[in-house]
Design a protein around this ligand. Structure first.
Ligand code: MTE
Length: 324
């Protein structure tokens, strides 16, 4: 005998409870934030929160930013549906389909602490930072240590602009970046065998390089949560794990930071992690990469194709394990 489902009064479909025009504009907002597909699939129960309280809605007027044509690539862009549904974000699971779980990330309020060897430690709200910085769009290659790659139109500002804002002391040699820590919303952070929170680092010289980019958006919109909203790093000449997502704290240090993956397996994932086809990962080759979406296998390029811009950073450091 079929069960009789009596819908409680509060379980009215949103499209019935909301006037059509409001519903349509809500969908437009979500689509504009790159959440259209997710909302459509029923991924986002808290649509109201997404509209009014997250970092994306609060900074939407800053997009699209002007594209900077100095950063072009010869490859086609990876479609957003592909790059936003195949992600590494271990806070939300150790597999690629974390986009849905990542919608739990609360991106407002989002304060970023700047501390360590600086003239004056400070805390800045993400919205304020995004509004103060010179946003631009750049097309970057993105190469994961797992040997897949994609091409993404990031929006953001040079890391050097943030360094200028932070006013580090001359004793600062490294920048250490730290992600949020909230096991209540990020289930992966309940897995105690990982050294949470996710940490990454660069040298001051690397931070000063033009390619080092703080990302606030992608595909002409504020950053979707699965990409590391509201603020992540993009270091396109390095393996993707250096590009830390959802940054909460930026510290200037004299000591070299130990990063998340280095802490887990230093023999496989080092501090430098520069892309090099001739230096295999201990368990697989880095000679080729699989281009997401097309599935094509193409030769990996030294420094992921950015050797001209960054090779000089490493002269005199040949004794270091620069390529893992
Ligand atoms: N940042 C945090 N906080 N947590 C992560 O698990 N994964 C890294 C990096 N940044 C990761 C992170 C890895 S391994 C890669 S390849 C890239 O994010 C993936 O970025 P994407 O999902 O935007 O392609």
């Amino acid at each position: 005998m079929p069960a009789i489902h009596r819908r409680p009064r509060w379980a009215v479909a949103e499209s019935m409870a909301t006037p059509e025009s409001v519903f349509a504009s809500r969908r437009a907002v979500l689509a504009g934030l790159g959440l259209g597909a997710i909302a459509g699939a029923g991924f986002l129960p808290e649509t109201a929160r997404a509209e009014t309280e997250d970092a994306a809605a609060r900074t939407a007027s800053l997009y699209p930013a002007q594209r900077n044509d100095a950063y072009r690539i010869e490859r086609p862009l990876t479609p957003e549906e592909v790059s936003s549904t195949y992600n590494n974000f271990y806070e939300f699971g150790s597999h690629k389909q974390i986009a849905r779980a990542a919608q739990a990330l609360v991106t407002h309020p989002w304060d970023i602490e700047i501390d360590g060897l600086v003239e004056e430690p400070t805390t800045i709200a993400f919205d304020d930072l995004a509004k103060r910085m010179p946003l631009e769009e750049r097309l970057y290659r993105h190469r994961c240590v797992e040997a897949w790659s994609m091409t993404v139109p990031w929006t953001g500002f040079p890391l050097s602009a943030l360094v200028a804002l932070a006013r580090p002391l001359s004793s600062a040699r490294y920048i250490r970046f730290e992600t949020f820590n909230d096991p209540g919303i990020a289930g992966g952070q309940k897995q105690v065998w990982y050294p949470w929170p996710y940490v990454e680092g660069v040298t001051m010289d690397e931070a000063a390089n033009d390619l080092a980019f703080m990302v606030t958006g992608a595909y002409g919109k504020p950053l979707a949560r699965q990409f590391g909203a509201p603020l992540r790093l993009a270091l396109p000449w390095k393996y993707g794990f250096k590009s830390i997502k959802s940054i909460r704290r930026i510290s200037f240090t004299e000591e070299r930071p130990v990063s998340f993956w280095e802490e887990i397996a230093a023999s496989e994932y080092g501090f430098w992690a520069n892309v090099n086809p001739d230096v295999p990962h201990p368990r697989w080759s880095q000679a080729e990469e699989r281009v997401l979406h097309t599935g094509e296998r193409v030769p990996t390029q030294l420094f992921n194709g950015y050797a001209e811009e960054v090779a000089g950073l490493y002269s005199g450091l040949e004794g270091e394990p620069l390529y893992r």
